[in-house]
Design a protein around this ligand. Structure first.
Ligand SMILES: C[S@@+](CC[C@H](N)C(=O)[O-])C[C@H]1O[C@@H](n2cnc3c(N)ncnc32)[C@H](O)[C@@H]1O
Length: 350
């Protein structure tokens, strides 16, 4: 005789997740980036092509345990990363972004935001909220980028590749939104390996560009900017610390996704650009504003990570305007660039 009764609560479930379900899911959401990172490092996305692959074959090709791989993929599938059909595991539009050869690749960015030191830092959030500041320097004894470059070489490499991935997604929109027809010299300060600068130079054949970044970042610039590269004749690559001095005079200075550390350093870097430029030089801050972003989970999440690594922040419109003012620059305007970024245009006063 069956003992299972059909009850109303068992049938309820078509009204969206209950608060209990939502909170349980959220509390365990860290399983997903952990699974994502494992999948990237094992190489699942690159091993999977356009046709379904039985999980046993996939595991054999990757030399991993098939049963555990299936458990990993089951979790990722909840977020639309990989799928399973009767014929095996298949890519989704999202999992394809983890492939090395995808034009919109985010493989290294995924690794960057799930690096082991990131997991170490998250518990510091409680202390940061209590004290109003991040504790990276207390924990590691030096400033974030200095520590990254000197101690975490593999992480530095992943970081530089991740920044190029992000730049690839945004550089066309930046090139489209900046009218550089009257500009002769352009400096990208904290420009990483120079992907965005190279794209701007390609879009503006009259322009000369200088890449300024810390020595570890400019050691391996974009191939187009290297001696013998297609843009070598119109570009310079300079190792420099913008908190000390910006060693180049230019018509336009760009700070893209760099002035997101503490306010004192942001003001110092902007003042140094004011000093390096001439009256009328433009100083552009290209950034993801936290109070004006269509992807608010991404913006607020990065805002908290910045708090813990550089003691920094994602800016609000009002916040960035205040910092520009403190640096003695004149705010000329703020405009959206593509889906995620804004350009804050300022000028060096007469
Ligand atoms: C988030 S990345 C952005 C890179 C690039 N602008 C982009 O959007 O792809 C920040 C960059 O600032 C550089 N940076 C950090 N501190 C710096 C300093 N004091 N002077 C110059 N560059 C610095 C880092 O090396 C890194 O390349």
């Amino acid at each position: 005789m069956p003992v299972i009764r059909s009850t109303p609560s068992a049938a309820a479930g078509d009204q969206g997740p209950s608060p209990v379900t939502a909170l349980r899911d959220l509390s365990l959401a860290s399983a997903a980036p952990a699974a994502l990172r494992a999948a990237v490092r094992i190489g699942v996305a690159d091993a999977l092509g356009d046709t379904p692959v039985p999980v046993g074959d996939l595991a054999a090709a990757l030399k991993v345990d098939a049963a555990v791989l299936l458990r990993l993929l089951r979790n990722l599938r909840c977020y639309g990363v990989f799928d399973e059909t009767a014929d095996g595991i298949v890519h989704t539009a999202t999992s394809r972004l983890l492939r090395e050869d995808d034009p919109q690749r985010l493989k290294y960015w995924v690794q960057w935001v799930t690096e082991p030191w990131v997991w170490e830092l998250w518990p510091d959030l409680e202390a940061a909220v209590r004290d109003g500041r991040g504790h990276f320097e207390d924990r590691y004894g030096e400033e974030f980028f200095a520590h990254l470059h000197s101690r975490w070489q593999e992480s530095t490499e992943i970081f530089n590749k991740s920044q190029t991935e992000l730049s690839r997604l945004t550089s066309a929109a930046i090139a489209e939104s900046l009218d550089l027809s009257e500009v002769k010299t352009f400096a990208d300060v904290g420009g990483g390996r120079g992907f965005t600068l190279a794209e701007l130079l390609e879009a503006n054949p009259h322009l000369h560009g200088t890449l300024v970044d810390l020595p570890a970042a400019v050691a391996h610039p974009d191939p187009r900017l290297r001696p013998g590269g297609a843009l070598a004749g119109r570009s310079s690559v300079v190792a420099g610390d913008c908190l000390r001095e910006i060693p180049v005079e230019a018509d336009v200075y760009q700070f893209k996704s760099i002035l997101e550390w503490d306010d004192e350093r942001t003001v110092t870097a902007l003042r140094n650009a004011r000093r390096a430029g001439r009256p009328g030089s433009r100083v552009l801050v290209i950034t993801n504003l936290v109070d004006d972003s269509p992807e608010i989970r991404y913006a607020t999440g990065i805002d908290l990570l910045f708090l813990l690594n550089t003691n920094g922040r994602r800016h609000t419109r009002e916040g960035v305007a205040g910092l520009v003012d403190r640096a003695g620059l004149r705010l000329e305007g703020i405009a959206p660039v593509g889906r995620l970024l804004h350009v804050v245009e300022t000028s060096v006063p007469e």
